[in-house]
Design a protein around this ligand. Structure first.
Ligand code: NAI
Length: 252
């Protein structure tokens, strides 16, 4: 069983300014965690909104592709709050949709730097801290594209597969040290960006849900529930799992 030695558990969510990360930050904050909301642009208003609801959220600026910035962020969180109990490495970008050979080296490199190296960087320093404090839980955001292919997204999909490989291997490395490392694989999620796209092109919704047996897109809050559970003592024997939350898209 996981135990937390201080009353205030501390959670970090990257890519917390919007979409899935914002919903996950709200879920952690609502569950009583001091929640550090990290994003490439400091999400000040988003953290203030959660504070206004009576939760404890803190905005942090960090580009997850920058190794030193990630190290400084983890050091800063520990200096301020003493520990890090849960971390959701969620920040991600998509490559412009094009066949593989047409993706430029620059696009490839930035995708790798954020979607793969970003998770690597965060895990590395989170694990170092969790080893010092005797445990913790990490969830990395992969995708349904971490277990399937998707046209025109070779670099992104390769990173999402890599995140699962990294999650599984690190889970083996650290499971005996009280650190549980898992991944969540969202399906098509109705984020604000998706809502905007659908508002501009209503037929897009039908196209998006055509291949989802559940007949609808997921909600950011449904990913948040899964992430929160993976970080909870209720998931104490769950290690190295890639949890699909995709309305059965990837299995049909
Ligand atoms: P989003 O674009 O709404 O949010 C991503 C957040 O990450 C943004 O706030 C952005 O500023 C931040 N970010 C981007 N680069 C960053 C960097 N270098 N350092 C720190 N923060 C950075 O995306 P969404 O949809 O919420 O996706 C979140 C995660 O879920 C991503 O990893 C994405 O690949 C994954 N995902 C999303 C799906 C969806 O349908 N929305 C489906 C499957 C996976």
């Amino acid at each position: 069983m996981e135990t937390h030695s201080c009353n205030k558990r501390v959670a970090l969510v990257t890519g917390a300014a919007k979409g899935i990360g914002l919903a996950c930050a709200e879920a952690f904050a609502k569950a009583g965690y001091i929640t550090v909301m990290a994003d490439i642009e400091k999400p000040v208003g988003q953290a203030e909104n959660l504070d206004l609801k009576g939760y404890h959220a803190v905005a942090w600026q960090c580009d997850v592709s920058d190794t030193e910035a990630v190290r400084d962020m983890i050091d800063g969180i520990v200096a301020e709050y003493g520990r890090l109990d849960a971390a959701h490495n969620n920040a991600g970008i998509q490559t412009p949709q094009r066949p593989m050979a047409e993706i430029t080296d620059k696009e490839f490199q930035r995708t790798i730097d954020v979607d793969f190296k970003g998770v690597w960087n965060c895990m590395k320093y989170e694990i170092k801290q969790m080893l010092k404090q005797g445990g913790g839980a990490i969830v990395n955001t992969s995708s349904q594209g971490g277990v399937t292919g998707f046209p025109g997204q070779a670099a992104y999909i390769a990173c999402k597969h890599a995140v699962i490989g990294l999650t599984r291997t690190a889970a083996i490395d650290y499971s005996s040290k009280g650190i549980r490392i898992n991944a969540v694989c969202p399906g098509v999620i109705l984020t604000p960006m998706a809502k905007e796209l659908i508002a501009r092109n209503p037929s897009l919704e039908t196209e998006l849900i055509r291949d989802i047996p559940a007949g609808r897109m997921g909600l950011p809050s449904e990913i948040a529930e899964a992430v929160l559970w993976l970080c909870s003592p209720g998931a104490s024997f769950v290690h190295g799992h890639a949890l699909l939350v995709d309305g059965a898209f990837s299995i049909h």
